[in-house]
Write a protein that binds this ligand. Structure first.
Ligand code: ZN
Length: 318
């Protein structure tokens, strides 16, 4: 499978069916028409970047143009794109509007981590896309060059400084995440604040002046004291918690010695595939949620050793 095919399977990636309509972002006439049309759908985020969802959390509660005009007339729509014959936008709701909106639609506000795999691929991808863009907008209200307030243009995709003229574009922070293998075992670690028994692949932000592969080597050395010999790109997906792009890697290690060097992890261990299966069945190990690249990397590694992770988890008593 190619990395493109693997990335498409990652749940927070926007599906190929979504056309971002980049060429329409500055077309004010077109935008005004489309936001009033029957085929417009509005995803709504509150100030904590939770999304308006159906009570059962199984789908997004999207507003039609008529509902938007009645319930959120002041919010400025940001264009996400078009898919399956509909045009998608997102709106921000302040705290007062958010409460009223949920009540009038008998809906609720939910985080993307919670909704996660319950959403269909388009819903999950749109959510991650809108959340990342909303985070950038909220965090970039002022010009980084001169400090003056920014005006949002391009249907929410560009900030312009009215004082010095600088343009600001949505940012995404690259982070690497890696499953490291040595002689039939993989390296997983846990941070102190995580749910009990949760172990995950190692991850960290890419620093200026660094390649992705160098970031993999440095993070694994810093966190676990393990030397990475080589690594290969696996897949990527947006990780809007709050604004990252997660880049997954597989790697091989020079040896098994672990030294928790920088204090980020409270434990790190080598697990064989059989040990992972036994620990899952015994309730002694929890993995990252299936929306994560960590899950995908562990699934990929186990599949290479004849273990179907999804089937293993489905067979566990709930
Ligand atoms: Zn400025």
């Amino acid at each position: 499978m190619s990395s493109a095919a693997r990335s498409r399977r990652n749940p927070l990636a926007t599906p190929a069916a979504l056309d971002r309509l980049v060429e329409r972002r500055d077309d004010e006439v077109w935008l005004a028409e489309r936001t009033r049309a029957d085929d417009a759908r509005f995803l709504v985020l509150d100030t904590e970047q939770r999304v308006l969802a159906a009570r059962d959390g199984a789908r997004l509660e999207l507003l039609t143009a008529v509902q938007r005009a009645r319930l959120l007339p002041e919010a400025r729509p940001c264009l996400l794109g078009a898919a399956d014959g509909l045009h998608y936008f997102f709106l921000g709701a302040d705290a007062g509007a958010a409460t009223a909106l949920a009540e009038s639609l008998d809906a609720r506000w939910a985080g993307l981590r919670e909704l996660g795999m319950n959403l269909d691929p388009l819903g999950a991808g749109l959510c991650a896309y809108a959340k990342g863009l909303a985070h950038w907008q909220a965090a970039t209200r002022h010009c980084g060059r001169c400090g003056a307030p920014l005006t949002l243009l391009a249907a929410g995709h560009r900030g312009a400084c009215g004082s010095c003229g600088a343009l600001h574009f949505p940012r995404t922070d690259p982070a690497v995440i890696v499953i490291v293998e040595h002689d039939g075992a993989c390296l997983l670690g846990r941070q102190a604040g995580w749910p009990e028994k949760r172990y995950s692949t190692l991850a960290g932000f890419v620093e200026p002046g660094e390649t992705l592969e160098q970031a993999v080597r440095r993070e694994v050395a810093e966190e676990a004291g393990v030397e990475v010999l080589d690594c290969d790109y696996h897949s990527s997906q947006p990780w809007p918690f709050p604004g990252s792009l997660m880049l997954g890697f597989t790697a091989t290690a020079a040896g098994r010695d672990i030294r928790l060097a920088d204090g980020e992890l409270e434990d790190a261990r080598w697990f064989t595939a059989a040990e992972i299966v036994a620990a899952l069945r015994a309730g002694e190990l929890g993995l990252s949620p299936s929306i994560s690249v960590s899950y995908r990397l562990i699934e990929h590694w186990l599949a290479g050793r004849g273990v179907d992770l999804a089937a293993e988890l489905a067979a566990l008593p709930s």
